[in-house]
Design a protein around this ligand. Structure first.
Ligand SMILES: Cc1cc2nc3c(=O)[nH]c(=O)nc-3n(C[C@H](O)[C@H](O)[C@H](O)COP(=O)(O)OP(=O)(O)OC[C@H]3O[C@@H](n4cnc5c(N)ncnc54)[C@H](O)[C@@H]3O)c2cc1C
Ligand SMILES: C[S@@+](CC[C@H](N)C(=O)[O-])C[C@H]1O[C@@H](n2cnc3c(N)ncnc32)[C@H](O)[C@@H]1O
Length: 736
């Protein structure tokens, strides 16, 4: 047990500032994991304390009761959440995730309220939290299992949180808990840097804003960074009138900073041994004035002022006094966050590949009715291979927080595992087979030294013997390798089947020819197998038609088109014994898979017989999808020259092989295209997934759904700009 005695977060702040901890603030990535020490609290329970900051994560009187008192009650969450309108989203932002206890308490309250109030069925809770020193999973498991014993009502939530807890990688990690309409964004890294990445300024009528802040840094005397000027400036930028804040701290620095950044504050009774705590509310008048005084000019002041008028301000000032006097809030006080008036309720999506399916899923889980269209069938395009490998393109760890491939890969891996739970309930095939994957680093942009910077649960190098056993390769030099434990094989048909069972998603076959936008809706006209001309109207349209997207709207970049053919054959028993046991990457990729009785487009694989899949060819400016034997040969040759021992195993005659060809869509800067079309309020696009649609499309779909509905996206403002359909790089057409 630690020798730490001062427990400054819930007693007088007597601990000395820790110089080492302040020094740590200079680094951004890679992430420094928290160092956990243990103490015995007032009631004899083992509780964690921070080894860096000499401070407690939560009160030694009763952490859960403290969380409910300070953060939930004094942001008036029970009343405010109960009053949400259908499809309304309420955003909580927390400084310091720590053990996740505040998150769990909030989640449990939200669950209780949703059970009690049927009108909350489509309302959503978005919990954004920041953490510079995340607790390693093993410690967190120990900490939360102790809480599970003390508070059994949290057990199920703890299990779900631990199952979704991300590797300790800088940047944003989105965790969706679909059954509870709860989205959690964990931003690992310095809080000020993370908040700077959140955009509150969009072209939309409803800009994202935080509704309630949990200020839960260690005591200001131990760790000043969470109470610094830039933190309060971001709070002000991301808040709007009636946003509230609560903190256990009554330190002068906190009071002054809140007041200076547009909040009215009030001291109220603290928890446990703490006499007082602070509660605060942002008022329209104060915020406009202080934003002006603080020189905020990058569109953030308009965020506050655009949403209010002088009459509203008068009402809100009365409301804020009521809030500070702890009166239950009047319904009208919070109806400024109500988006029911011009809320989009129906979206049409053109194209049912992984981009269209992911977008449908993201929108339907936010209560939007989706009509998903495809000119032939779901997965008719590039997405319809029998299996896709979920694997990232890696980057040196110092760039990881702004690296879409990493963020997308980790998100997809979490999402597919979550959907696997649904598949299990529905007794259908799993979406992700969690095989892991081994990259032989033949065409990789990262070496073993850089891999060593990564946490092992994201990427590691296997010792030689283990690499040989895992892969089954006998003669290959495997001393350099990249093992990806979260990687696996995606079954696109299984993914499609689950997504199309969502009650709000309706698939319709339609070849879209034309899209016209009016002030209040969008109309798609096209033809189907049964009808020559058909129109569909919706509030929004998302174009997910890959390389054909520009044909539907000329504002979309006409991308590079790259044909690719995947090949597979049924190995004999003898061949099977020598084929790789795990998906391998070597410039191309290969894997065994076993198809169940489901169809692969028009191709029927042999039931339950293992197939060996290898690919893929890359042929620019070719949109033909006929199978070609010479491309089977190309893929065979790629494998054999990378792994010579395969030459005697893989048959040389490929004429009986099966295969599937599709067209990849790629931009000149290799980034996907995600966002609104210029000068349009109702037309959006997700395209250009290149060779990694199964890793990139789900996170892009989340970001797009957030943009459409005015919530905070799980990607930085800079990243959203890099993905924008109107970015500069897409202004010049490709030269042939
Ligand atoms: C051989 C090969 C192997 C690959 N392997 C992998 C892999 O292992 N892992 C991975 O992550 N990625 C892989 N990819 C890349 C991945 O398949 C793509 O990135 C992804 O499929 C793109 O998805 P999408 O939904 O944007 O496009 P698509 O899947 O092409 O979907 C576009 C859809 O739009 C429809 N459409 C077009 N025009 C219209 C219209 N006018 N009206 C209605 N519908 C229309 C089409 O019918 C099509 O279904 C591979 C690609 C190829 C070609
Ligand atoms: C009091 S604890 C939070 C307790 C937490 N809310 C809970 O429920 O367990 C404060 C947290 O802030 C984190 N922290 C400290 N400095 C930070 C910074 N600059 N940015 C983000 N998080 C920081 C600490 O690592 C610690 O986990």
């Amino acid at each position: 047990m630690s020798k730490i005695t001062p427990t400054s977060k819930n007693s007088a702040p007597t601990a000395k500032p820790n110089q080492n901890a302040d020094a740590l603030d200079a680094s951004t990535s890679p992430i420094t994991p928290a160092k956990i020490d243990w103490q015995i609290d007032d009631t004899g329970n083992r509780v964690p304390v921070s080894g860096e900051f000499d401070d407690v994560y939560f009160s030694h009187a009763d952490g859960l009761a403290e969380s409910r008192h300070v953060f939930l009650s004094h942001n008036q969450l029970p009343e405010r959440l109960a009053k949400l309108k259908p499809m309304q989203c309420f955003t909580v932002a927390e400084l310091g995730l720590g053990t996740g206890l505040n998150l769990l308490a909030t989640w449990q309250l939200w669950r209780q309220l949703r059970e009690r109030h049927p009108h909350l069925a489509t309302a959503r809770l978005h919990f954004i939290t920041t953490e510079k020193f995340p607790i390693p999973l093993a410690d967190l498991t120990q900490i939360l299992n102790l809480w599970g014993r003390r508070a059994p009502e949290l057990t199920d939530l703890i299990e779900q949180l631990l199952a979704a807890y991300p590797p300790l990688i800088a940047g944003s990690h989105r965790l969706n808990f679909f059954d509870d309409n709860l989205t959690v964004d964990m931003w690992f890294g310095d809080a000020a840097n993370s908040f700077a990445k959140l955009t509150s300024d969009t072209a939309l009528k409803t800009n994202p804003h935080v509704d309630a802040w949990y200020l839960d840094g260690f005591a200001p005397s131990c760790n000043s960074t969470l109470w610094a000027e830039n933190i309060f400036a971001h709070m002000q930028r991301l808040s709007r009138p009636n946003t509230t804040a609560a903190t256990y701290s009554c330190a002068g620095v906190v009071k002054r900073a809140l007041k200076a950044h547009g909040f009215q504050i009030k001291k109220v009774k603290g928890f446990g041994r703490k006499r007082e705590m602070l509660t605060a509310i942002m008022t329209a008048v104060d915020n406009e004035e202080t934003l002006k005084n603080n020189g905020a000019s990058n569109g953030t002041s308009s965020n506050a002022s655009n949403n209010t008028n002088s009459n509203d301000n008068a009402n809100k000032d009365t409301a804020s006094l009521e809030f500070l006097n702890n009166k239950v809030l009047d319904n009208k006080v919070f109806n400024d966050t109500d988006i029911t008036g011009d809320k989009p309720i129906h979206t049409a999506i053109i194209g049912a590949g992984v981009s269209g399916l992911s977008t449908a899923w993201a929108l339907a889980n936010r209560g939007i009715k989706v009509t998903l269209l495809d000119k032939s069938a779901p997965l008719a395009g590039a997405s319809g291979n029998p299996r896709a490998l979920l694997a990232p393109k890696m980057t040196p760890i110092h760039h990881v927080d702004e690296h879409l491939h990493t963020i997308g890969y980790l998100f997809s891996s979490r999402l597919y595992r979550k959907i696997n739970d649904k598949a299990r309930q529905q007794k259908t095939a799993p979406v992700l087979e969690p095989t892991g994957a081994l990259d032989l680093l033949m065409k990789a942009n990262i070496g073993t030294e850089q891999i060593a910077d990564y946490p092992d649960d994201m990427a590691t190098t296997l010792p030689l013997e283990q690499a040989q056993n895992t892969s089954g390769l006998q003669s290959q030099d495997l001393s350099d390798n990249l093992y990806l434990p979260q990687s696996g094989l995606v079954n696109p048909q299984a993914l499609k089947n689950i997504i199309l069972t969502h009650p709000l998603i309706h698939f319709q076959q339609l070849d879209a020819h034309d899209i016209s936008e009016t002030g209040s809706q969008v109309c798609i006209t096209g033809s189907s197998h049964h009808t020559k001309s058909l129109s569909i109207t919706a509030d929004n349209v998302v174009i997910c038609a890959a390389f054909e997207s520009h044909q539907l709207d000329s504002r979309i970049f006409d991308c590079r088109k790259i044909r690719g053919q995947l090949s597979w054959f049924t190995p004999s028993e003898a061949q099977l014994a020598h084929l790789p046991k795990i998906p391998l990457k070597y410039g191309g990729y290969c894997t065994l898979f076993t198809e169940a009785a489901d169809h692969i487009g028009s191709i029927h694989a042999l039931n339950h017989q293992p197939q060996f899949l290898l690919g893929a060819s890359f042929i620019r400016n070719d949109t033909d999808t006929e199978l070609r034997n010479e491309e089977h040969q190309v893929s065979r040759e790629k494998l054999v020259s990378a792994i010579p021992e395969m030459a005697s195993i893989i048959p040389a005659d490929t004429r009986q092989w099966q295969g599937r060809a599709g067209i990849r869509t790629q931009t000149p800067d290799y980034h996907p295209i995600v966002g609104p079309l210029v000068d349009s309020k109702r037309l959006w696009v997700i395209s250009a997934m290149g060779a990694k649609g199964y890793a990139l499309a789900p996170i892009c779909a989340e970001a797009l759904a957030d943009m459409m509905l005015g919530s905070f996206a799980p990607l930085s403002a800079a990243m959203l700009a890099r993905l924008s359909p109107s970015r500069k790089r897409l202004q010049t057409p490709l030269t042939p």
